[in-house]
Design a protein around this ligand. Structure first.
Ligand code: DLL
Length: 436
């Protein structure tokens, strides 16, 4: 029987009053430090005639402008440091696709904190020191591999740093080393399960019990599929390199929202268009202020991730605030014929249909001045060999549902099983051919 053990009971189950007091003290100390040590923030405060001591309540925080990814790029590589470079013991970088990447620096204390917070996430997903943990996230500048590795080691689990890729070898290791917890992106886990099926690897030959997946959005439907195919309890965890990497928030085995480590990361949700703070429970863009980062503290960093914040009476006993599963990013929005579309809306519609796999791709193209959107939907083996009429019916129903959900006519194409590209890291769902 699973239990609700926490890695750090006193921090994760602190009373809300005590937590808020702690957050405020840490916030004030962070504001003082950035004002003293980071020119970028000093200038910001001075331009507004603000002193760190002017921030006397959480509401006062709204007086401070947001920090964006562009601010980090403009201060590339070390302009946001609050400590001398000699205090930095690790440097990672974000997976930016355009322009200069952003650089993230860690002090010795930051690394200790990072492993502690990842240990919390792993524990809440069921992992203990008795587990054999296979880390199939990339190791390198990406924060996934090293971040989860350190947390798993801290717990005292037996860690296999296999990194991503080479799926046949992943499966051999999984079977022979008796892996009990798999840690990677959900799309890679799905790919691993497909290779398992193809090679007729029986689940009973494996010792898997837990899957901790994150770093990209995934649906409840995908969770059920992974749990069934891999025989695991699958939980979601969230993080972003700019504020640390994995370890910011994670689900417990109750699987109803991600507990955010708010004794280290102060969350707000804003309207992405106006920048106004939204009340608790409303969906908007998550903004994070780091309140214990030493090397690179960030004040009101805009994550671009869309979610909502809420506190509930979680059976696990954690008092930490929750974020709802992140469904998409405000900058993932596709504008097509003037209509705003999020890939997550397409995924939501597709997940309602039997006979459809979780693999899909959105292809945007331009014919003259006219944009068009096609959705390639991969169907299951069983459905593929079914009658043509059934396939035609499915196609019509998907097309109709997408039209009514998105308010836009979309080209839908059913494609053969295993024809949509698979990913070892984060999945790429949108192909935009309009610039070509
Ligand atoms: O993806 C850190 C990470 C590694 C998190 C491993 C969890 C596990 P970045 O590469 O900087 O860092 O990408 C961060 O990925 O702003 C979200 O848009 C997205 N993302 C991360 N976790 C989730 C999740 C890592 N659980 C960006 N659900 C974030 C949805 C996620 N999106």
């Amino acid at each position: 029987m699973n239990n609700y053990r926490a890695w750090n009971e006193s921090a994760e189950k602190m009373s809300r009053d005590e937590l808020e007091q702690l957050q405020f003290e840490r916030l004030q100390s962070t504001l003082n430090r950035v004002y003293r040590n980071v020119k970028f923030y000093q200038r910001r405060f001075d331009d507004l005639g603000l002193q760190p001591s002017d921030i006397r309540t959480m509401d006062d925080l709204e007086k401070i402008p947001f920090t964006t990814k562009d601010d980090l790029r403009e201060n590339y590589p070390y302009g946001m440091l609050a400590v001398p470079l000699r205090e930095v013991v690790r440097i990672h970088s974000s997976t930016g696709t355009t322009g200069k990447p952003t650089v993230i620096c860690y002090s010795r204390n930051d690394l200790d904190k990072w492993s502690e917070l990842v240990a919390r996430i792993l524990t809440s997903g069921g992992v203990t020191r008795d587990d054999v943990v296979q880390i199939a996230f990339g190791y390198g500048l990406f924060t996934g591999g090293f971040g989860l590795h350190a947390g798993a080691e801290k717990i005292g689990a037996s860690v296999i740093p296999v990194s991503s890729g080479n799926t046949a070898k992943q499966l051999m290791i999984m079977e022979d080393y008796r892996t009990s917890a798999l840690v990677c992106t959900p799309s890679y886990a799905l790919f691993i399960s497909e290779v398992m099926e193809k090679n007729s690897i029986d689940l009973r030959r494996l010792s898997l019990r837990y899957g901790l997946f994150g770093s990209e959005p995934w649906s409840e439907r995908m969770r059920s599929e992974l749990e069934e195919k891999l025989g695991i309890v699958a939980t979601d965890n969230y993080g972003l390199s700019e504020v640390m990497g994995p370890g910011v928030a994670g689900e417990c085995i109750v699987k109803s929202g991600l507990h955010l480590n708010e004794d280290h990361y102060l969350p707000e949700v804003i309207d992405p268009d106006t920048g106004e703070r939204l009340p608790m429970g409303k969906v908007g863009e998550l903004v994070i202020t780091t309140i214990t980062n030493e090397a690179m503290p960030l004040i009101r960093f805009r994550t671009r991730d869309l979610t909502r914040l809420y506190v509930d009476d979680c059976p696990c006993g954690r008092s930490l605030i929750k974020i709802e599963k992140v469904k998409g990013r405000s900058d993932d929005m596709i504008i097509i014929k003037g209509v705003n579309v999020f890939p997550s809306q397409v995924e939501e519609v597709l997940s309602q249909f039997e006979g459809v796999t979780p693999h899909y791709q959105i292809v945007l193209s331009r014919d003259g001045a006219l944009d068009s959107m096609a959705v390639l939907v991969e169907i299951t083996e069983a459905f593929f060999f079914d009658e043509m009429k059934k396939q035609r019916d499915l196609l019509d129903r998907i097309r109709e549902d997408l039209r009514s959900t998105l308010g836009l006519g979309v080209n839908v194409k059913l494609v053969e099983p295993k024809t949509i590209e698979r990913f070892e890291g984060k999945a790429q769902r949108v192909v935009d051919r309009r610039e070509l």
